[in-house]
Design a protein around this ligand. Structure first.
Ligand code: UD1
Length: 418
């Protein structure tokens, strides 16, 4: 299994180009199952979760006409299989995004219960309840979610007890081909959800209210194939912004949407990191003493849970005490034990981490545990003195495009070993 070796202490300098958003392309790929024909998606990030989703679509009968550079042409004319097998779904929770499209288009689905990052229980009860409210019969058997629909899905009014990003995407896709009107309340407002709604509308769907917590969908009888370009990944951008800060370097983050990054920009500025925002790029300059600040994760437009681990790595080197609360997932502190092994001073109490800034971190052998925790360890290792060897880096490959290449282009001393 691959490992990443990092010699810390090198300020990063230069520019880095942000790739397409993983969490935007996954639902778009699932949405191609609502169509019949040639879907063309550009700006695709070449990460393992995307490869997994493409394989899943192939298993469901879609044909990949071409998949070169960042562009895929996917023909769904014969996408008539309804089973998403365990070996694919177990590696990626977002595979459950095919559930809604399969039930809406084919009236049947058999999807393995998802795996993915081990960050808490992460049930999909809301996806299932919503589909049931639309008239699907859903039951669990031998680790699989089975669903059938008689006579097509029907519009409904559904309230999400908890804001769910993929839950909102799943029901929005299903409702696009349902009969009548669906109203989703307490819906997710993430840019990835808004993008999915906009692209479905371009394909003929009738969705309103995306970006607010109430989304209304008038069902239509069919959708045209999708053509779109995926927007830049806000979490990847945030991770490189923190990389600049933690190494006291100066990095231009190119190809990003600053508006999506507002909560991260504000927190970095509060911590005394210099951040200059342009139309589609952000210059981040570290070097001033880092100020300890508090953060609390929240669904968009709040501070993203997907950047919590990386931000905590930065706060380990701040002056004073910071408190970070995780309110979205109940078990998303697996990076803490590893950061402490590097010399960080962190105590945990339930969903709250108290971080007392230390003078420096020291390199150590480290274990990646989930996608964003791994990124946090890479950042800590970049800012530490000495060598770190990070194992289980397949977690990083799930969501970051060529991370060690991009960092090495910025001057980091980083390499991958087998
Ligand atoms: C998505 C993102 C992930 C991000 C998360 C929160 C994708 C592919 N992944 O994950 O990177 O960390 O949003 O921003 O877009 N919940 C339930 N029942 C459900 C669904 C969710 O209780 O049926 C709970 C979860 O356990 C969690 C909270 O709701 O506590 C939010 O989860 P959700 O927004 O659904 O996360 P994902 O969509 O899986």
């Amino acid at each position: 299994m691959d490992k990443i070796v990092i010699e810390g202490g090198q300020p990063l300098r230069g520019s880095v180009r942000i790739s397409g958003a993983k969490n935007a392309v996954l639902p778009i790929l699932a949405a191609t199952l609502l169509t019949r024909g040639r879907n063309i998606i550009d700006g695709i990030p070449k990460v393992r979760d995307v490869a997994t989703m493409i394989q899943l679509l192939k298993d469901l009968g879609a044909k990949v006409e071409s998949n070169r550079n960042e562009k895929i042409v996917l023909d769904t004319s014969n996408a008539n299989n309804t089973e998403a097998p365990y070996d694919l779904v177990s590696t990626m929770r977002a595979s459950c995004l095919v559930l809604g499209p399969l039930l809406a288009k084919l009236g049947r689905a058999r999807v393995s219960l998802p795996g993915g990052c081990a960050i808490g229980a992460r049930p999909i009860d809301l996806h299932i309840k919503g589909l049931e409210a639309m008239g699907a019969k859903v039951w669990l058997e031998k680790g699989y979610v089975h669903g059938t629909v008689d006579g097509g899905l029907r519009g409904t009014q559904f309230y999400f007890d908890t804001v769910s990003v993929t839950g909102t995407a799943n029901l929005m896709m299903a409702a696009s081909l349902a009969v009548g009107e669906t109203i989703l309340e307490n819906a997710a407002k993430e840019p990835e959800v808004v993008f999915l709604a906009d692209i479905l509308n371009q394909a003929g769907a009738k969705i309103e209210g995306q970006g607010t917590d109430m989304i209304t969908i008038q069902g239509v009888s069919s959708l045209q194939p999708i053509e779109c370009h995926i927007f830049p990944d806000r979490i990847e951008a945030g991770t490189y912004m923190i990389a600049a800060a933690i190494t006291e370097g100066e990095v231009l983050i190119e190809n990003c949407i600053p508006q999506h990054l507002e909560p991260i920009i504000l927190k970095l500025q509060e911590a005394q990191v210099d951040v200059e925002v342009e139309d589609s790029s952000i210059l981040v300059r570290g070097g001033r003493p880092l100020q300890a600040i508090n953060a609390r994760t929240h669904p968009y437009p709040g501070f993203p849970t997907d950047i919590q681990a990386q931000f905590m790595a930065l706060m380990t080197l701040s002056r004073g005490q910071s408190i970070i609360m995780e309110t979205v997932f109940e078990n998303r502190f697996m990076h803490v034990a590893e950061l402490k092994r590097m010399g960080a001073d962190i105590t945990l109490d339930g969903n709250t981490a108290t971080i007392n800034g230390v003078q420096g971190l020291s390199g150590a052998p480290l274990m990646a545990t989930d996608l964003r925790a791994s990124a946090s360890l890479v950042l800590a290792a970049l800012g530490a003195k000495g060598q770190s060897i990070i194992s289980r880096v397949y977690h990083i490959d799930r969501g970051y495009v060529s991370m060690e290449q991009k960092l090495s282009d910025l001057g980091a001393r980083i390499k991958r070993i087998k």
